[in-house]
Design a protein around this ligand. Structure first.
Ligand code: G6P
Ligand code: ZN
Length: 542
């Protein structure tokens, strides 16, 4: 029975960089999920009788939200919903399923790498038919709708059993509960040489993959240990927990410090890797060698042809603007195009759909390819594994070889987290106003060549995205970038990205913070970070 229920709008349902993300108690408000989901469907056309993929990273409120979404999807006329068993689907697995089922779209329940649990974060994101996050014109339409919504449609029915395989009816909609891993694993088999990787494990290659008690556990167990023969125990924290075991499922050097310590210890395996809450980010650390996400993108682009799925070469590379220029040099050498986009995976969608690029990546630990329309943590790990198996060299040797060939981009991101929002916005505004005056100025040995506010013109759909980050570029190729995070849920987070190119092989093995020390000091000075944020130092350095 379909019911139409009156509701009143919430003013705060504007999707951010990656869907609507809020604290769980916000989502638990009366009709909060209902309003947003109905607003999504109200902003779409032509889904009657079509398929919707639904799943999430297993965090707290995942199961409740899925029931609500299914009932509203049925009432609005979807013909079929495909749900991962237990409500579990990684973000890239949703993308893969949408594509292989030719579904109309999908709803991903996740707040990515943010902590979960009753007081943690939750999120709802809509993905379109190409498997990627909805473009800005869709998310903006959804937001406009949330401000005027007066009712939602829902079927009155018992909850669907999402823990048992098979199909059931929910009103006029068929609900299928499918294996969370199968479709994704089959896709990975088409891209990588599983035999070669299996041989490497058989010959003693050792790895640790930390699923951080989040969604990639089942995928990693099945693919790494099951299909590829990694030693049992290679996968750590492999059971998804609603609160991620109280951990922060962000695979960076702060929250996965234990992995870093392991990789730097005498007991280090050949490869340490991790993924985040919803499985789209990755962390790669070889024995004694952390690989920055920007370097990882460049190295994967340079070596992708070694994997069967990319044997015929790559069409082009895309990176977000704050990501280091390491990939640019690879693209140049390969003679393929390099695209610089605003932060946010959604900006890669058009380039991938148009076949302009094959590999994409971001400094925020995201790497992926045209196999789906999301970044993909396990994919990155598998591509690294395949390259390591093909080259029969260590991670460290491959990184050193890469720097010797292309030069090294020293790179670091300094985050000032949860600072006062007004202060952070004032900092950006003040600096933006000062950009014209910065051009041509010298600070010691540093000469400002260009200073601008990054804008992106999408070559595929012609759209323009303005105000995507402030860039101060120096004559020697060094760069400082400032932007405010679009994913935080409390206050504002200022991100400062600092980079310096080093062509001289004799100078490529310095410590990053030291190699960037003058730029770091200058980054604080020209933006008056302390005055605006009341912070003397960043809260996280990656
Ligand atoms: C999410 C998006 C990424 C993006 C990142 C940036 O993870 O999926 O594409 O790079 O957010 O987050 P920020 O907090 O810097 O806006
Ligand atoms: Zn994520």
């Amino acid at each position: 029975m379909i019911k139409e229920i009156a509701t009143t709008p919430y003013a705060d349902q504007r999707p951010g960089t990656s869907g609507l993300r809020k604290k769980v108690p916000v989502f638990q408000q009366r009709h909060y999920v209902e309003n947003f989901v109905q607003s999504i469907f109200d902003s779409l056309d032509g889904f009657a009788g079509q398929t919707l993929v639904v799943g999430g990273d297993g965090r707290y409120y995942n199961r409740e939200a899925i029931q609500t979404i299914l009932k509203i999807a049925s009432a609005n006329g979807f013909g079929r919903a495909v749900v991962g068993k237990g409500g579990i689907l990684s973000t890239p697995a949703v993308s893969a399923l949408i594509r292989s089922l030719k579904a109309f779209g999908g709803v991903v329940l996740s707040a990515s790498h943010n902590p979960g649990g009753p007081d943690g974060d939750f999120g709802v994101k809509y993905n379109v038919a190409n498997g990627g996050p909805a473009p800005e014109k869709v998310t903006e339409a959804i937001y406009q709708r949330t401000k005027t919504i007066t009712s939602f449609k829902i079927v009155e029915a018992a909850d669907v059993d999402i823990d048992t395989f098979g199909a059931t009816q929910l009103g006029d909609m068929r609900v299928e509960i499918v294996d969370s891993v199968e479709n994704y694993a089959a896709l990975m088999q088409t891209l990588f040489d599983f035999d070669r990787i299996r041989d490497a494990f058989r010959s003693g290659f050792a790895m640790r993959f930390d699923a951080m008690s989040a969604v990639t556990g089942p995928y990693a167990h099945a693919i790494l240990e099951g299909m590829l023969g990694a030693a049992p125990g290679s996968v750590l924290n492999g059971a998804p927990l609603p609160d991620f075991g109280g951990h922060h499922p962000d695979p960076n050097l702060v929250h996965a410090k234990h992995l870093y310590d392991l990789a730097m210890s005498p007991a280090a395996p050949d490869l340490c890797a991790a993924s985040d809450g919803d499985g789209d980010r990755n962390l790669i650390i070889g024995r004694g060698r952390f690989v920055t996400p920007s370097d990882s993108l460049a190295i994967l682009a340079a070596n992708a042809h070694l994997a069967p799925g990319y044997r015929s070469g790559i069409a082009g590379v895309a990176r977000s603007m704050p990501t280091s220029g390491a990939a640019d040099r690879v693209a140049e050498k390969l003679g393929v195009a390099l695209y610089e986009t605003p932060t946010g995976w959604k900006f890669f969608g058009n380039l991938l759909d148009a076949g302009l690029v094959t590999i994409c990546g971001e400094e925020s630990a995201g790497t992926g390819s045209n196999h789906v329309r999301e970044k993909d943590g396990l994919w990155a790990v598998l591509l690294w594994l395949d390259i390591l198996a093909a080259r029969k060299q260590s991670v460290d040797a491959i990184v050193r070889d890469h720097w010797a060939t292309y030069g090294r981009n020293y790179y670091s991101r300094h985050d000032y987290e949860e600072v006062d929002s007004d202060g952070a916005h004032a900092l950006i505004k003040t600096l933006r106003d000062r950009l014209p005056a910065l051009k041509g100025r010298s600070f010691g040995a540093l000469h400002v060549k260009e200073a601008d506010d990054f804008a992106y013109h999408d070559p595929v759909d012609g759209s323009d995205s303005l105000n995507q980050g402030l860039r101060v570029m120096f004559e020697d190729g060094a760069r400082i970038v400032y932007r405010l995070s679009g994913t935080g849920t409390a206050g504002a987070t200022l991100r400062v990205y600092i980079e310096r190119y080093e062509a001289d092989p004799a100078k490529q093995f310095g410590e990053t913070q030291q190699a960037l020390a003058d730029l770091i000091a200058l980054s604080r000075e020209i933006a008056e970070i302390e005055r605006f944020t009341k912070r003397r130092a960043p809260s996280v350095i990656t």
